[in-house]
Design a protein around this ligand. Sequence first.
Ligand code: F6P
Length: 527
Amino acid sequence: MNSDLTNSPVWRALSNKAQNVSKLQNLFAHNESRAKNLTFALNDEFFIDFSKQQIDSATLDQLIHLAQQQDVEKWRDAMFAGDAINFTENRAVLHVALRGQSDDDYSVQGKPVMSDVLAIRERIIDFATRVREGHWRGATGQRIKTVINIGIGGSALGPELVVRSLRAFQDGPDVRFLANIDPADLSHTLAQLDPATTLFIIASKTFTTQETMTNAKAARRWLIAALGKEAVGQHFVAASTNQAEVEAFGIKSQNMFPYWDWVGGRFSVWASVGLSVILAVGPENFLAFLDGARDMDVHFRTASPAQNLPVLMALFGIWNRNFLNRSSLAILPYSEDLQRLPLFLQQLEMESNGKSINREGQEITYPTCPVVFGQPGTNGQHAFHQQLHQGPEVVPCDIIIALTAHPQDEERAPGQHRQLVANALAQAAALMSGRQHAQPERSFPGNRPSTMIVMEALTPRNLGRLVALYEHKVAVQGWIWEVNSFDQFGVELGKELANALLNNTATDFDSSTLALFSQLDHLSRAA
Ligand code: F6P
């Protein structure tokens, strides 16, 4: 059993501090410059106010000491150097190269990668431009009006987040996402489409994922029934690392946009899996999104731990999770455009750090990733915020705001964005300050922490900064917790058992599962 981390002096000092933490209101009362001291900026357009985290400066110093003890800077540098830090799969973790520029010199285990990255970036931009400008057409000669990204997990959540978040910038075809193996999703999506004007992107790193391949084959049958077999090449392209399977599906290699095994699925929106984004919002906005992530990469790589946004965010998360025993994290974007952010972060955080085996292969003794959930404000206020304010468990919140609305939204609804942001600030204030009332049910305990992430506006560049901020935060937490944030073996067993049920290849299922499955069999045979 691993106990080095929890027995280290700094961990013990933090545990002691957690026994006696001042209330948030007192921390503010004793320090007039608290908000200023605990607000850290990437630049004028992007900053984070951590002052409503329940922490004093001595504790923050100890947390920084913890990051140093856990070699966060060494791991970070190894990641940027292309070392195989995904040690269970012996792979580099170099998604940062996907937003690199020609003067960046990223390499994977000694082999430079930037020329390949830039070549593929050029190809996806060229392809998307041809579609957007009507040079690439469907088999009947009509322009592409609708793009369906068939993919799941990292091959869907990233591009869906970005397309949705940048809908104010969309000037290309309608882009939709088909992920679930539920036939209701497929049939509902196909029913609304005209095959002659539809382009399918099959996004799958492995090109073997059950959901994606089942939906892709159904879409191909549907297209062939309408336009014939020869039409497939004009209506299907792929983002994948598996050329053999892509070609076996009927997609020519020139219509396959590759990426590399050093890009994890949940980090793949920056490359070929971002094709749907370029189709929707155009190359310039996509490149601005990449530049934003690169801004955060440079900051992460160069800022001292005490000023480093992803490091600080990771440390406040560790403080809440491991020392104050907060088991969940609410993601509250005050932005309808950012509606998909909680879902995207569920995968990023929980698939990366929902683990309990450390680098030595031992079971760890401390909690790791909190349960991540959320939805945009103000809608969430009328759903689950009751529990955030008065439930017995404290739920730390990340509140994300843009100070200004998109010009067209401000023009159509003057002043409304101000109301939105005022609500976000009011929630954070209410969570922290609470209110005493003679009737206990009308009292608010307060002392509930939140972090306020502030963007000047929700632009492509700020979105890139935001996504990269969370990517790096998750990596730092994994390094501190000593888990591998870059594999996902926990999703395998369910996949195998579903196949075993379908193929009738396993006999050792429990009686409950077998009884339920026989009912399904019975009903589907009767249907
Ligand atoms: O859910 C497990 C997972 O492997 C994710 O990590 C990945 O993003 C998703 O499945 C899809 O995988 P692929 O891109 O290979 O279809």
